[in-house]
Write a protein that binds this ligand. Structure first.
Ligand SMILES: [Zn+2]
Length: 151
């Protein structure tokens, strides 16, 4: 359950999960990968039985559930505040993306005018003009659809 998540408190590296057919479930454990790979001089052997984090997380879940059950109103408020903060952050990010998209749409309008003039002056071939026009139009269309997808 905790494989790849738990880390050594001293060196910060991953803990290896150790289990065996010959082990009782209670003997399953994690060992610091640094002490295994580089030796005990680098990081002393840290060892934790798997049941310890399991029981710790279970205790924490029970506490959270009890807290939610016994103090429902406060719990609701605390979670609501957290969600609101996250929603606000998300909205700000979407606004930034929208501003960028609008800026690019305007830029594409300017570019389109320029290639139109270049084509009219004979600086840009008709086929090249058509190709660029298609590209710009496609990009604009995608940019105009994007904000809708974000909502
Ligand atoms: Zn370590």
């Amino acid at each position: 359950m905790f494989s790849g998540i738990v880390r050594c408190a001293d060196c910060g590296e991953k803990l290896y999960y150790c289990t065996s057919m010959n082990f009782e479930a209670i003997q399953d454990h994690f060992v610091c990968s640094t002490s295994r790979l580089k030796g005990k001089e680098v990081c002393p052997t840290h060892f934790i039985r798997t049941v310890v984090p399991e029981q710790g997380v279970l205790a924490h879940m029970r506490m959270t559930i009890a807290c939610a059950a016994n103090h429902e109103e406060q719990f609701r408020r605390a979670m609501g505040a957290k969600q609101q903060a996250e929603a606000k952050k998300e909205l700000a990010a979407k606004r930034r993306q929208l501003t960028q998209a609008e800026r690019r749409i305007k830029e594409l309008d300017r570019l389109f005018k320029r290639i139109y003039e270049d084509n009219a002056n004979g600086k840009l071939s008709d086929s090249r003009f058509q190709m660029l026009t298609d590209d710009y139009e496609q990009e604009q269309e995608e940019l105009r659809e994007k904000p809708l997808l974000l909502n």
